[in-house]
Design a protein. Sequence first.
Lengths: 407, 264, 431
Amino acid sequence: MPSRESDIATPRLVIDVAGLQSLIDSLRGDGYRVVGPTVRDGAIVLAEMSDVAELPRGWADDQRPGGYRLTRREDGAFFGHSVSAATWKHHLFPPEVVSWQARVDTEGIHVEAPAAPARYALLGLRACDLAAIAVQDRVLMQTAHPDRDYAARRERALLIAVNCAAPSGSCFCTSMGTGPRATAGHDLALTELVGDGEGPARSAQVPAGAERNDAGAGHRFLVEVGSERGAAAISALRASPPSASDLDAAAAVWSSAAARVDRSLDTAGLPGLLMRNLEHPRWDLVAERCLSCANCTLVCPTCFCVDLREAGGLDPRHAEQHRVWASCFSVDHSQLHGGSMRWSARARYRQWMTHKLATWHEQFGTSGCVGCGRCITWCPAGIDITEEAAAIRATDGLTGPPTRARG
Amino acid sequence: MQSTRRPKLAVWKFGSCDGCQLSLLNCEDELLTLAGAVEIAYFLEASTAVTEGPYDLSLVEGSVTTPHDAERIQEVRATSRHLVAIGACATAGGIQALRNLADVGEMTRTVYAHPDYISTLESSTPIAAHVPVDFELRGCPVSRHQLLEVVSAFLAGRKPLVPAYSVCQECKRRGNVCVTVAHGTPCLGPVTQAGCGAICPSFHRGCYGCFGPTETPNTAALSDVLRSCGMSGPELVRIFRTYNTGAPAFAAASAAAEKRGGPR
Amino acid sequence: MTHQTRDLSLEALSRVEGEGAMHVVIDGKTVTDLRLQIYEPPRFFEAFLRGRAYTEPPDITARICGICPVAYQMSACQAIESACGVVVDEPLRALRRLLYCGEWIESHVLHIYLLHAPDFLGAGSALELAREHRDVVERALRLKKVGNHIMDVVGGRSVHPVNVRVGGFYRVPTLSELRGLLDELRWARDAALETVRWVSTFTFPDLEVAHEMVALRHPSEYAVVDGRVASDRGLDIPVDAFLDHFEEEHVAHSTALHAHRKGGGRYLVGPLARYTVNHDRLPALAREAAADAGLGPECRNPFRSIVVRAVETLAACDDAIGLIEGYEEPERPAVPVEPRAGVGHGITEAPRGLLYHRYELDEDGAVLSAVIVPPTAQNQDAIESDLRRVVVENLGLRDSALQHLCEEAIRNYDPCISCSAHFLDVTVERR
């Protein structure tokens, strides 16, 4: 855990709720589309926003294998919830984008590059989300053929992280070394401090020109600057330097969040463990439960597989190619001449898990998993990647027919 | 240099509600372009003018439920270079395949006072049970986008891009919140083929499988999930017995639920 | 004296929904046999609804017809809600009316432009019309699309909407989603008015029918989603008395059941009947357009039904705009409906006319029996009798022209043959 002393070099300040609104306003004034968490359809989703009132104030979430429920908080925190239902991939690596278009006429073929994507300010990223973006940066940009759309969106994006106060039952960022505190990759990182904790936060409105004081300070945010772009974004805000008690309160949030992460994944020698257990009977057991529905891959913030599809329509003079999210759980994903080589659910689940936790290291130098827990929460069958890894580790080297591990 | 003969398209109706043909007429933005790209040679719903076959592409809607239709499909196949079955009736027998589970004579008597006037088969079967089919497009009704894709593909001489993965993929791409995980609502999405754009979850209801089984559906595992959402045995039997009741994976799933939970 | 045998077989009717045939035998100058033969394969909906849950008929009966699924969903909901003692009132009722407007627009425009108008213009299809009159066909397609768009937004999709359930909906649209329809609806209202004007220029054969005109009637609306059953001969009964006054009969030549008034008498349902019974309930704009198009307060010429449908399309566009402008987002998408033992009846006005559903439920809400009487089945007798008159009055025409006229006459009724066969092919033999 970084100490306060070592953080002294990071520029920091404190803003109140009105200041957060000012930040949003100024970003929008600069042409950013601000995207943040909001409550919709019984979950915390990400949507374009313009007002702090749209944030999920007073909402928290209870996440577990195959289950998600919103719950209420007493303290009116804006960010007192855990990871959002959908990932920030929807904005940096969207489900469907036009890769290119072309028309043919008497003069020949004319290829058009798609229009430049919007500038997004992403507000509310968690440390695990930042880590996932770093993974996708490696996969999609540090390569001989960078994905142009991703690179353009990434370059334009402003990343405002919020440090977790309330990890959920599915989270295991501490095992993956990715959180709960944001330490790299952010332009700004906020830690929400909800006053003296005696009940719902006091009114967000702080009288203009009021001095923030230490004792019984209101609802406020410690802002840590992570980049020049971040510094520029807050340069015009009315803010105060953090007091000692602000820094103490923030450190308490960070450490209590880490302590609350309940779930773990033992990563010691994990790639080797999985790759020497490719015939372990556990794969057969999980295959009985796996729906091959692809939900896990589509909520995973690092999954990057895509289909490139022709989408030209009836007019033969027009061609259009779309890049669309795909999944290794589709039979088509392993289609070769003559057929698919991963026909069984067992083969596909094994492929996903071993890629995510093992072969990703070979390919990209890191784990593919950031411990956000979304695959656990959003699997309708409640399959839990940490449980599967633990089961294999507990019976390393087992062969033979599967035995029932669960009722 | 090339022949300017447009390919001949024919649209045929068997035992059905007409909804799949209507989906073609619902391609309002594309209909006139389509009419320019193909010769709509036989489409009784839309046109009196009929051009004789053979036809390059026949779209067949509806299931085979009468002796007359069992003969007619043979004629349609013989006169068609490519034959595409469209919709749940043509690809799985439709909801009228519920008769396959029951006593058809008894059903006829329920509906018709003079059942001897009615000539019908004991079963409702998909087109592929009678003739070779070049492609099957699922849906109740089919998606008009996929219908256009099928026609475009056959015109271009390529395979239609009609994915067989689950509705969940469309649902998640659309940014929907999962009705099962977040609301406890039973949903057939994980075992149902995509194509509709995940409409039902977008409208806060569980998928009811109108596009039929996905590739490699694990209906046993999903049945466990549905039961944990509070579905009773009889409800589980019924949810697999609708528009694609004749599809083998759904028929097996409902039979398994019936065996395990018993009917009412 | 030799008798000339005329065989005017039409194996399959075109530009009608579903599969039907007509068989006519003319002996000299007498029509000795005339039958509308429905060979649409029977699908036995009423039988396999038994044993299903009370929540299922709206989705299942929608599959009786791809052109009017909303009508089935609405009649089914009303009947089941009636059995369970629930009334769905505003603002959910307003949403149901709006969804229904979408279907009327889609179905009527389909019929007017794609199925019926070609007859009046000597074309085999609207696609053929598009060669000379592309702008007219484009207007048709755009107008039909507006109807479909309403159903997409309120119902989820236009063929077999997913958002309808007993008690209301699964999800209600937001005000902004509905207001997003207003611009195109205003265009549609103008286009509908233009449609009335356009069809009023057609040449209509003379035919006045004397059937009893039966339609729903409502105290203030041009009845669509509910009302009492009324007629131009003074009938005024509640929906649940329908089977006391009307009955179905199974005839040998048809897989569709024929309906008639108990105690005899053919009757007609659909646009002509609605217009005649409810002329005073039309929105002013539609009434004026009807008058300008040469319609009086009643219409008994089936060939002019195309004008009536255009007037109803205009009324539906106008209604939809009013419903959206007055929309308040409901607090909940549906009212709770607890099942109970009993019988319920529901009648709503499908684009083609009265659609009656009756369900008997047990105490757990399982369906014990189902009776569905679609509009086209109710019109069969009327269609056959009118066809007979058309043939008799036009015997001088040569065979192909007479055959053509017969088929056109059938199209006046916009028969929905898939519906009527749970229900056509013209063969005319002249001997």
